[in-house]
Design a protein around this ligand. Structure first.
Ligand code: SF4
Ligand code: MG
Length: 322
């Protein structure tokens, strides 16, 4: 199957001031540092990792909300980074985002109807009447009453606001939706409703999702494939079964050892990691995980591990795996 999205060697390095006048800083924060992955039509690719590992920066790079330092973001084989402004604008209609905080992402001065219609207005779609009809249809699609169009964001709960954000993201008939921690700010009981809604909409509109989360239980429920990020790099990627049942990278093993198994009688060893995630300003040499890795050997300190493919769809970067 052909990929809908293919990201190649994507990097985002933010320059850091050295506080020396007239001298250009050579230091940078390597927020995303050479990431490769594909997303196939109709699937959900989960991106997991601790906070600060570059997940959100990557989401914004894919949607071109920020410009990368280098690399490619190919949507249907066309590189967004090389597109002229007009083509990019048209392409971005097909790639929408849902953000974490449903409270911050809706302008409190606008009515719900105006908020949902905004992408249609920006992209010059339809007239006032057709937009009103589309807003009502979208509200019903996300399980809200169409009369809510006349109300303001403060009148709604977190879960309802996230539904409004989802309606807004769907307004332009996207193909790829990037969900950046879409339920992390919600109560657990509401999380399940929003997740179920996202799944239902995926089927109904044949959507492809990139689903970013630090919550492995949510990811387990939602994703077909999973990419594990550490310090701006993907250290392991594979199908849901490969990552949950047979994690190969020591970091993935540690992450997943912290969540309970579906079968409580299955033996599981908890791996506790030493220390904190190091600063992306001065990431460790070699394998950037070596300072915390319980299995590190000498070569890990000096040489960046290559990507290997132990199984068909499974890729890992670790010197111990070949
Ligand atoms: Fe651990 Fe070395 Fe593998 Fe990195 S390359 S994960 S330090 S064993
Ligand atoms: Mg984030």
């Amino acid at each position: 199957m052909e990929a809908l999205l293919e990201v190649k060697d994507l990097k985002k390095h933010f320059p850091v001031s050295n506080h020396i006048p007239f001298k250009k800083s050579t230091q940078s924060v390597k927020a995303v540092d050479g990431v490769n992955f594909k997303v196939y039509p109709g699937e959900t690719l989960g991106i997991v990792g601790e906070s600060g590992c570059g997940k959100s920066t990557m989401a914004r790079l894919v949607n071109q909300l920020i410009k990368p330092t280098s690399g490619e973001v190919n949507f249907k084989k066309k590189n967004l980074i090389e597109m002229d402004a007009r083509t990019l604008r048209a392409t971005r209609k097909k790639i929408q985002m849902i953000f974490q905080d449903p409270y911050a992402s809706l302008d409190p001065r606008l009515k719900i109807g105006e908020l949902i219609a905004e992408p249609l207005v920006i992209h010059n779609v339809g007239n006032k009447e057709s937009r009103r009809e589309r807003v009502e249809e979208l509200l019903e699609t996300v399980g809200l009453n169409k009369r809510y169009a006349a109300r303001y964001p403060h009148e709604f709960s977190g879960g309802q606001r996230q539904r409004i954000n989802i309606a807004r993201a769907l307004a332009l008939h996207p193909e790829l939706v990037i969900c950046d921690e879409p339920v992390s700010a919600l109560d657990v009981s509401v999380q399940a409703q929003v997740i179920n809604l996202l799944k239902k909409l995926q089927k109904e509109f044949n959507l492809t999702y990139i689903f970013i989360s630090h919550d492995l239980n949510v990811v387990r429920y939602m994703c077909d494939r999973i990419a594990v990020m550490y310090l701006g790099k993907i250290v392991e990627i594979g199908t849901y079964e490969e990552i949950y049942s047979n994690p190969r990278h020591p970091y993935t093993k540690a992450l997943f050892s912290a969540i309970p198994k579906e079968n409580p009688f299955e033996e599981k060893e908890r791996i506790i990691l030493k220390g904190q995630v190091p600063s992306p300003l001065n990431p460790p040499s070699g394998c950037s995980f070596h300072e915390r890795c319980p299995f590190a050997v000498d070569i890990c300190k000096t040489t960046v591990p290559k990507v290997v493919t132990p199984e068909n769809t499974h890729q890992v970067s670790c010197h111990l795996i070949n």
